[in-house]
Design a protein around this ligand. Structure first.
Ligand SMILES: NC(=O)c1ccc[n+]([C@@H]2O[C@H](COP(=O)([O-])OP(=O)(O)OC[C@H]3O[C@@H](n4cnc5c(N)ncnc54)[C@H](O)[C@@H]3O)[C@@H](O)[C@H]2O)c1
Length: 433
């Protein structure tokens, strides 16, 4: 099939490259010229495991091309995947201006049937607004079109695997023609495909993300209780997780969720409910618990080290999760900011996210960046672990201890076994254990 993807970010690029990998002809429309130039040269503007290799392979096979020109994209195919950003507005609601722009401009350029697919995460009934916009701006009222919702559930760090082997695919359609296009598109996928109306599909995405965020905040509260009561949150999560009704996934205690989705989508869902006259107090609490995590973590460090002024602290991990360079809404941002305010001197290290982090925290008197995880430790009073990258789990802890001034590890992600680390002579402070 021929497919057009508008927006070449985490979702758009993964969608485009994976559809091409499955044998389709794909055109990705991305409005930032520099990104398009990079992509044409086979280089990914973002770090995502396996993405660049797959990109290069599909460029070689002539299955994917990139443009800044929406007109070319609209002429290229009848299926237009909208994968642009839906960032958060100051009041917590989703900013849909990028989606509106794509709908409006597509309408002006359409000369034949198009299926506009929302892949971006949008509030319930956004498909109606897209339809209304297309109706308003379409040049020829005889041209037919459909608007569908096909929300994306991929996780950064495992985006390709998630896209190609999803747990399920959700498609919200209103016409048989649109449904048949999706049936053809997804015919080789070996997973349940749920066809619904578009509003239900839009809601499924928000309900899923909010539910996962709720699991994280829930276990984080349990972690606090464990710390006070002398219990072990990892074992509590295991004990709960064997219950099939609960499941073990997303029950890892830590410094809270971040990223480009959960924080903004939970806020947006609270607003959506409000707009329909409902108070989603449960989610307000989920959000509150999450916002307190970085503050509690810094309080814990202060409790261990007393004054932080002029103390050197090593920080491992800046991205909001492992295997990505994405730092959007990462808890590390708030933690680093609070530690700088306390007067600490930070040596930061992350395998992929340093360049993004430097934009927010340029190198200076209090902040420096290390080239590897060991360099960050030189003379440090404590090591803080903020992201559970594999390479940290494999660290040579004897070497770690030799490099530090004090053998103290404050682990925000529970990556080590307490007894083992303690037996090596560390003071070890995990979460909820
Ligand atoms: N990142 C994730 O893990 C993830 C997962 C599921 C769903 N989502 C949702 O998918 C959407 C996209 O997220 P993302 O992380 O890929 O965002 P992103 O910011 O990485 O990418 C969006 C891209 O769209 C481009 N763009 C904006 N307007 C454009 C236009 N008019 N024409 C062409 N390109 C345009 C931007 O330049 C940018 O490159 C959001 O709604 C997000 O909530 C994200």
């Amino acid at each position: 099939m021929r497919i057009t993807v508008v927006g070449g970010g985490y979702v758009g690029l993964t969608t485009g490259v994976c559809f091409a990998h499955l044998g389709n002809q794909v055109m990705v429309v991305e409005k930032i010229k520099e990104k398009v130039e990079l992509l044409r040269a086979g280089r990914s503007p973002i770090y995502e495991p396996g993405l660049e290799e797959l990109l290069q392979e599909n460029i070689r096979q002539k299955r994917i091309i990139f443009t800044t020109n929406l007109r070319e994209g609209i002429e290229f195919s009848e299926v237009i995947f909208i994968c642009v950003g839906t960032p958060q507005r100051p009041d917590g609601s989703a900013d849909l201006s990028q989606v509106e722009e794509v709908a409006r401009e597509t309408a002006k350029l359409m000369t034949s049937y198009k299926l506009l697919v929302e892949k971006s995460t949008v509030p319930i009934n956004t498909h109606r607004l897209i339809k209304k916009t297309v109706q308003r701006y379409i040049r020829d009222p005889n041209i037919t079109y459909d608007v569908a919702s096909n929300p994306e559930f991929l996780r950064e760090g495992s985006a390709i695997e998630d896209f190609l082997k999803p747990d399920r695919i959700v498609v919200g359609v209103e016409s048989q023609r649109a449904k048949e296009i999706f049936e053809e598109l997804y015919k080789d996928f070996d997973c349940p495909i749920i066809y619904t109306d578009p509003a239900t599909a839009e809601l499924i995405k928000h309900a899923s993300n909010s539910f996962l965020a709720m699991k994280i905040s829930f276990i984080n509260m349990i972690a606090d209780l464990c710390e006070k009561a002398g219990a072990d949150v990892k074992l509590v999560a295991d004990g709960m997780g064997y219950d099939k009704r609960i499941g073990r996934a997303f029950l890892n205690a830590g410094i809270g969720y971040g990223g480009s989705c959960f924080p903004k989508d939970v806020k947006a869902f609270i607003r959506i409910a409000q707009d329909y006259g409902l108070d989603f107090g449960l989610l307000r609490e989920v959000e509150k618990i999450n916002q307190e995590r970085p503050i509690k973590f810094v309080e814990k460090i202060k409790g261990i080290l007393w004054s932080l002024r002029d103390k050197k602290l090593a920080v491992w991990g800046l991205s909001f999760k492992p295997n990505t360079d994405d730092i959007r809404e990462a808890p590390s941002i708030k933690i680093v900011d609070l530690l700088v305010r306390e007067g600490a001197k930070l040596s930061l290290y992350d395998p992929k996210a340093v360049e993004n982090f430097k934009v927010l925290f340029p190198e200076g008197k209090q902040v420096s960046y290390a080239r590897d995880m060991y360099e960050a430790l030189d003379g440090a009073s404590a090591l803080l672990i903020l992201t559970e990258w594999d390479e940290f789990q494999r660290a040579n802890l004897k070497r770690v201890k030799e490099l530090m001034e004090l053998p103290i590890i404050v682990d925000g992600r529970n990556i080590f076994e307490t007894e083992h680390v303690k037996s090596l002579g560390f003071e070890y402070y995990p979460v909820g254990r």
